[in-house]
Write a protein that binds this ligand. Structure first.
Ligand code: S3P
Length: 448
């Protein structure tokens, strides 16, 4: 079973303190990679701990349509595991395979690289949100590798990847994006060539760690012009098992609730990859009490048990390399900013505008509906402190992280909040409402 648990389309969340222990869902970024990279092995790979999310299900379905056997079932705690048997079948010379990536940018970008490296002819498409997210950031390096692509208006999905051979590449990416880096690395490994990706900052390195875990040589350095230079050389990927530990970006919702005074929240077994721990650093800098125990390594990834307790929150500024380390958590950190003494200032974060929604303008509108002033900037936002969310009615606008941000704002606020389009939460965290309830949260289904 890989289908996302169904969520109500409209919910009303009432204020309630959140505290306790929560085992959040499996990591979405690593879950995608367990399937995509697992498919590079020439023998069956056991995968476990994946989130039962619509985005990861889209990756599983996409691989099946390229001849990879993906057998998944629910594990005891609701996460997903099973067997992936690659490789991607070689092109039989037929017509292009159409692939629906749904809401998932990671599926589209990483699969474009993998399909290109495997010489497959695919057309990658998705929902209305995905159709407005740029793909030129991956078609440019793929072109440098000799891959021909066709995109709508040269930069938007649907994206057609034409079959052919890939060649060695050295690519300087203008954005620090793990998705761009991973697309190039996967194209290189699948196509048996050497690739180097230079980026302005380091980004999450799950792909590099997983490839190394399976015996591929991947080096990471930096120089005066690039904070991260990653090179992969040809090799055989071989592994028996891949695991997705629990998702720190899902846990961030509970961490912010705890930091803002709800109570102590313990989240065991979280991914602590340095590319993912920026939100904990921000909360700590603001004055929250953040403790990490039981640090260990699983499949090359550092993990640990994270406990966050309330503190007197001052303000914080987020810019530069820290932005990349907490990009997905910036919407929920805005709520911490509002409830702090001095607020939150975010800059260098124009990437937020090309996520599942334009997260700068949608966040401003959403929190605005709850009476929180957010000042929008081209590359970020400023939330003054000393603001408590009030009651209101918001729409998720096809963005799971906006929906969950509104839900936590409501729990910390002064009145009930109705959230429309809540089903989008299934793309990353289908158990969100169950976990909210287990921490003491109060919610009910509404008609909108
Ligand atoms: C992801 C990388 C990030 C992140 C996204 C998942 C990944 O995107 O925002 O949610 O799994 O590689 P970018 O790499 O485009 O910044």
């Amino acid at each position: 079973m890989t289908r996302a648990t169904s969520l109500p389309d409209s919910v009303r969340i009432a204020p309630a303190p959140l505290a306790g222990t929560v085992h959040v869902t499996g990591d979405k970024s690593i879950g995608h990679r367990c399937l995509l990279i697992g498919a590079l092995a020439g023998s069956p790979v056991a995968v476990s701990g994946l989130p039962p999310s619509a985005d990861v299900a889209a990756t599983a379905a996409a691989l099946r349509s390229l001849g990879v056997q993906v057998d998944l079932a629910s594990e005891d705690d609701g996460r997903v595991g099973g067997l992936v048997t690659g490789p991607i079948a070689s092109d039989a010379g037929g017509s292009a395979v159409g692939i629906d990536c749904g809401n998932s940018g990671t599926t589209l970008r990483l699969l474009a690289g993998l399909a290109a490296g495997a010489g497959r002819h695919v057309v990658l498409d998705g929902d209305a949100s995905l159709r407005r997210r740029p793909v030129d950031r991956i078609t440019a390096p793929l072109a440098a590798m000799g891959v021909r692509t066709v995109a709508r208006e040269e930069r938007l999905p649907p994206l057609e990847v034409l079959p052919g051979a890939v060649r060695d590449v050295v690519w300087s990416s203008p954005v620090a994006s793990a998705q761009v880096k991973s697309a190039v690395l996967l194209a290189a490994v699948a196509g048996g060539v050497t690739a180097t990706v230079r980026s302005p900052h380091a980004s999450r390195d799950h792909t590099e760690r997983m490839l190394r875990h399976g015996g591929i040589t991947v080096t990471t350095t930096s120089d005066a012009d690039a904070q991260e230079i990653v090179t992969v050389t040809p090799g055989r990927f071989s592994v028996d098992a891949l695991h997705a530990p629990r998702d720190p970006s899902a846990a961030a919702f509970w961490h912010v609730a705890a930091a803002c005074g709800s109570g102590t929240v313990l989240t065991p077994g979280l991914v602590l990859n340095p590319g993912r721990t920026g939100a904990l650093d921000v909360l700590r800098a603001m004055g929250a009490d953040v403790a990490i125990d039981g640090e260990r390594t699983v499949g090359g990834e550092p993990i640990g048990d994270v406990r966050v307790s309330p503190g007197r929150l001052t303000g914080a500024e987020v810019s530069g390399e820290l932005v990349v380390r907490c990009l997905d958590e910036l919407p929920i950190l805005a709520v911490a900013g509002a409830l702090s003494d001095d607020g939150l200032v975010v800059s260098d974060a124009a990437e937020l505008r090309v996520k599942e929604s334009d997260r700068i303008s949608v966040l401003t509108a959403t929190l605005g509906e709850l009476g929180i002033l957010v000042e929008e900037a081209p590359d970020g936002f400023r939330v003054p402190g000393g603001q408590r969310p009030g009651p209101g009615h918001v729409d998720a606008q096809g963005d799971h992280r906006i929906a969950m941000t509104a839900a936590v704002a409501a729990s910390l606020g002064s009145g009930s909040v109705t959230i429309g389009g809540f089903g989008t939460v299934g793309s990353s965290y289908p158990q969100f409402l169950a976990d909210l309830e287990s921490l003491g949260g109060r919610w009910e289904v509404t008609d909108g």
